[in-house]
Write a protein that binds this ligand. Sequence first.
Ligand SMILES: Cc1cc2nc3c(=O)[nH]c(=O)nc-3n(C[C@H](O)[C@H](O)[C@H](O)COP(=O)(O)O)c2cc1C
Length: 146
Amino acid sequence: MTRALVVYRSHSGVTRRYGEEIAEFLRRRHIAAQVASVGECDMATLSGVDYLLLGCWTSGLFVVRQHPDLPWMSFVREMPAVPTPAPAAPKVGLFTTYKVATGSQFYNMRAALEGKTAPPTLELKSRTGHLSPADEKALERFLAGV
Ligand SMILES: Cc1cc2nc3c(=O)[nH]c(=O)nc-3n(C[C@H](O)[C@H](O)[C@H](O)COP(=O)(O)O)c2cc1C
């Protein structure tokens, strides 16, 4: 069974909803997808996953200095390095929610993950926390590895 883990950090619920919709999409593709917040995620569940989706709300000065918040950064710091290279390495995707601009958010998420995971091959962003048709296409490409 192909397995996915969706781990999110949400301040007011929008990113949680986005993570849950991502997991629902994966389940429709017959992938066993689990969802957990950074606070409740058991690090043991990271081992052996095929897909790892990491999400955090966008925090910053709205037009500049966007970054993941401290609980997300702490989670990544405590996360064991997941095995690379392929075939053992999970494919990694990032997601965020925002109001104005994501700016440096993905850059900072990627920087925090360096040396921990394979480079992420997906970036999804949403103002609503709902999966758009474009998001679904991007997820299809992510799963297909193209
Ligand atoms: C303190 C604070 C800072 C924020 N900074 C930004 C920002 O720099 N850029 C942006 O587009 N949205 C910013 N937002 C909006 C949030 O990213 C957005 O509402 C997000 O969907 C919240 O997700 P959540 O409900 O999962 O916490 C900020 C919100 C707060 C409360």
